[in-house]
Design a protein around this ligand. Structure first.
Ligand code: UDX
Length: 451
């Protein structure tokens, strides 16, 4: 490997264009940069990351061909399918140009692409560059998505109402309702996405934002099916604490509000960057929170209520009723919030980043998954790891209030908190010297240095 000016060669990163995917890719970039690699992030124009968050990286936009209608449709699978068609040629041209113009000592050593951006691989192949896949969702999500292919072939899909509570054959501990699929069935886009994103094709390795202390047996199961090595190197956010990649403006005032609250008293409420709910659900959630009398910090993101961009989606009289007990923001510094002493619980949609961030800080969860892998993560949190409870029925204020109190006040919640704190310690061991993620990261670095 060539080194020049203290830097090794360059790594090209291709994140998928959504916050929950951009974040772990930028965290990986920060880690690789700290190990001496130069970083170029190739990204779509849609949801383009803010370069000032990572001035040490080079950013290169490629045309994505998405129309305003594609972007506003909210059809994430459709958008990802379109990106894989529209970006293939622009990416090839961009990568070829980068190779042509590269300086000696700054050669591209490999392309690392998000599992959903599989168009990247053919460009890398054509230019004889190695490619590596970054998986930004859980190993459990991978296994359950692959199981969907089998269940479809066996005639279980579309799922029928009476079977939702039943266990899935040969997929313990899932019930049909835990599967990452809507009850309507499985679209062609989703099938193709599963097939393409979990196929390793000609990639040299798979790196995974997860860790052995959570998913060792699942990872071992997957490794048996893969010809290439898997490196579980997570949780990436703990290895790159300064990395920031928010697409929305962060409101840090809530930290001052948290500073005034008692330890473990606040329930933090957020549904990530894409999940949304209908107005009726939000109203029930709001009154359930208020009636619990527990302090809460609530992220009401623009667009988090179907068909509305306003924060005033909150019910009339709600803010007056809660007064200083509640703090409402459009976007929070989530990692800082979860590590704050005042936060004792997290009402989450169970996106994989949020799940990892909560576990790493020892914060137990109320799980309210919306779609896809979130259901799988919620099942693991509530029924396998037993560090949270899942709200499975239609949201209703009485149930909501009860759930908040179960987690924040009752003995049951305290036991979950203790188990989550045990996981926090295990995460520390994983990333500490000699831990599984630490060793995996070193092995992965050896691999790219040997290319
Ligand atoms: C999406 C999918 O929905 C999720 O299921 C998948 O696992 C990853 O991609 P998203 O829904 O945004 O992600 O959820 P999540 O994975 O939890 O990522 C959200 C990120 O935004 C987290 O890193 C979180 O810290 C950050 N965030 C969220 C903030 O910084 N501030 C907020 O107010 C809310």
């Amino acid at each position: 490997m060539v080194e020049q000016g203290g830097r090794h060669s360059r790594v090209v990163l291709v994140p998928c264009s959504f916050q929950g995917h951009i974040t772990p890719m930028c965290q990986l970039g920060t880690i690789l940069y700290s190990k001496g690699f130069s970083i170029t992030v190739v990204h779509t124009q849609f949801n383009s990351p803010n370069p000032s968050n990572n001035p040490e990286f080079k950013f290169q936009a490629i045309p994505d061909g998405l129309s305003d209608h594609d972007i506003s449709s909210g059809n994430i699978l459709g958008t990802i399918a379109l990106l894989n068609v529209n970006c293939e040629v622009p990416f090839k041209e961009c990568l070829a140009q980068m190779v042509k113009q590269q300086d000696p000592g700054d050669e591209i050593v490999c392309v690392i692409y998000d599992e959903m951006m599989f168009f990247s691989e053919s460009a890398a192949n054509q230019l004889k560059l190695k490619s590596i896949i970054l998986r930004t969702t859980s190993a459990a999500a991978c296994i359950s998505r692959l199981a969907l292919l089998r269940l479809k072939a066996e005639g279980y899909i579309p799922l029928q109402d009476p079977m939702m509570q039943e266990p899935v054959p040969r997929l313990h501990p899932y019930r049909f309702k835990d599967l990452p699929i809507s009850q309507l069935g499985i679209t062609e886009n989703y099938l193709q996405l599963i097939i393409n994103s979990y196929n390793t094709r000609t990639s040299s390795a798979v790196i995974w934002n997860t860790m052995d202390c959570l998913e060792q047996s699942l990872l071992a199961q997957i490794q048996q099916q893969y010809q290439v090595p898997i490196f579980p190197i997570g949780p990436l956010h703990k290895l790159s604490p300064t990395s920031s990649s928010s697409l929305l403006m962060v409101d840090t005032n809530c930290i001052t509000w948290l500073d005034r609250q008692a330890p473990n008293s606040v329930i933090y409420v957020s549904s990530g960057s894409v999940a949304s709910m209908d107005k009726k659900e939000l109203v029930e959630m709001a009154w359930g929170l208020a009636n619990s009398k527990q302090p809460f910090l609530w992220v009401v993101r623009p667009g988090s209520v179907n068909g509305s961009e306003e924060i005033e989606v909150l019910p009339e009289g709600f803010k007056e009723a809660v007064g200083g007990t509640g703090c409402i923001v459009k976007w929070a510094p989530q990692k800082e919030v979860l590590s704050h002493d005042a936060v004792g619980g997290f009402w989450t949609h169970c996106g994989w980043n949020s799940t990892l961030e909560s576990i790493s800080e020892g914060v137990p969860m109320i799980c309210r998954p919306c779609f896809g892998d979130q259901r799988v993560n919620a099942m693991y949190v509530s029924r396998v790891w037993r560090i949270g409870l899942q709200l499975e029925n239609e949201l209703e204020r009485g149930e909501t209030e009860k759930a908040v109190r179960r987690l924040m006040v009752d003995k049951e919640g305290e036991e979950m908190r203790q188990r989550t704190k045990n996981f926090k310690e295990e995460v520390k061991l994983c990333i500490g010297e000699g831990g599984s993620s630490y060793n995996s990261m070193n092995n992965f670095l050896e691999l790219i240095k040997s290319i």
